[in-house]
Design a protein around this ligand. Structure first.
Ligand code: SF4
Ligand code: SF4
Length: 362
């Protein structure tokens, strides 16, 4: 759908909701909506990123299809949310390039980066097929080469996401003020985001269809979130070991980085598999079909990165280690490169929208 059509549909939907207000207790979208009498693109982007696509308001709605008003808030806001990622992406053309990326595109990226890591290994370390004993990754891709490549790509991803989220906050923070400013808004927004408070509006479990509540969507999201954070913590601890204490990898199976990474990897695998299944089984009316590629490619990249990371740990002293290392590094690179333009950013936009909401600018 074109941007002007999205804006027209969003305005129509929220104007009907604003007159009706039946769902005002469900989530922050409705109180924020009620502060407005008209809906510009920036208002729609803000409300769309406040929505967690819990789905409650579709099944509660007396104006949902086949009613002639055709009100479907979860889908309308999902479409606008996707457009907002693209609009605020930096550099913007990359947001457009990655818009349609699919599982096939993700696999091509993993293959290309894996081939590149094999080449790096050949040029700077030891040809990957000849794995050294003891699981020494740095004998295959030297530490300096790894830091240079991953540092540059990670820094780019962080800067690109920071620019996008800053643009978003700058635009939406100027909305109508609530009755009074609230304190501690950043902590409340973060707390709501990590506990996924708004993923289920009226009950403890998520809606996956009419009269159907299951905990799987919530649990899968938690597994992915905490798995990602554990893997990040594992890498950070390993970096401190290396640079501060001079303790060089490989680390023992009982060491802090390996334990954190193992739990994180298993949580990511389970969470990604759960999200894939939940997506396939959830009522299609709740989602935006044009987001399928974005969702699936992100889940695929996370799954491959976790699976190869765990396999590398188990097989680090085998002859397969070199090739596995190249595929693992290639999949992590593909994941990092696509982070600012893929589904990953939805977490940051949600936290930003919740923060704006919590600090009293509704
Ligand atoms: S989703 Fe439907 S029932 Fe809920 S506020 Fe909007 S129009 Fe009313
Ligand atoms: S889908 Fe859920 S989170 Fe989104 S607007 Fe409706 S009730 Fe709120």
């Amino acid at each position: 759908m074109r941007l002007d059509e999205l804006t027209a549909n969003g305005t129509h939907t929220l104007t009907v909701c604003n007159a009706c207000r039946y769902c005002e207790q469900y989530c922050p979208v409705f109180p924020a909506m009620e502060q407005r009498t008209s809906f510009a693109r920036v208002d729609l982007a803000y409300l769309a990123n406040l929505c967690h696509n819990c789905g409650e308001c579709l099944y509660a709605c007396q104006y949902a299809p086949p009613h002639e008003f055709g009100i479907n808030v979860p889908r309308t806001l999902a479409e606008i949310r996707l457009a907002s990622y693209e609009e605020y992406a930096w550099p913007r053309p990359l947001g457009i390039v990655f818009r349609d990326h699919s599982v096939i595109a993700a696999l091509v990226l993993v293959s290309a980066f894996s081939a590149m890591m094999l080449l790096v290994a050949r040029l700077t370390g030891q040809p990957a097929p000849r794995a050294p004993s003891g699981g020494d990754f740095y004998a295959i891709v030297p530490h300096g080469a790894m830091v240079a490549i991953f540092g540059a790509v990670f820094a780019f991803a962080v800067i690109a996401m920071a620019v996008g989220v800053t643009r978003f906050v700058r635009d939406v923070a100027g909305g109508p003020k609530g009755p009074q400013p609230r304190t501690g808004s950043a902590w409340r927004a973060l707390g709501d985001a990590v506990t996924l408070r708004h993923l289920h509006a009226t009950g403890p479990d998520c809606v996956s269809g009419e009269e159907e509540r299951r905990p799987w969507r919530r649990w899968s999201h938690h597994l992915v979130l905490w798995g990602f954070l554990l893997c990040f913590a594992s890498t950070s601890v390993a970096a401190v070991y290396h640079t501060v204490f001079g303790w060089i990898a490989p680390y023992a199976y009982t060491s802090v980085p390996v334990v954190l990474g193992s739990f994180g990897g298993v949580a990511l695998l389970a969470g990604c598999a759960g999200l894939w299944v939940v997506r396939a089984r959830r009522d299609a009316a709740l989602g935006d079909p044009s987001q399928d590629g974005l969702d699936r490619s992100f889940i695929t990249l996370l799954f491959i990165a976790s699976l190869t990371g765990l396999a590398l740990l188990v097989l680090r002293e085998s002859a397969m280690m070199g090739r596995l290392l190249a595929v693992h590094l290639g999949s992590v690179l593909a994941l990092f490169v696509t982070l600012p333009y893929g589904k990953f950013v939805h977490g940051f936009y949600r936290i930003a929208a919740l923060w704006v909401y919590e600090r009293g600018r509704t």
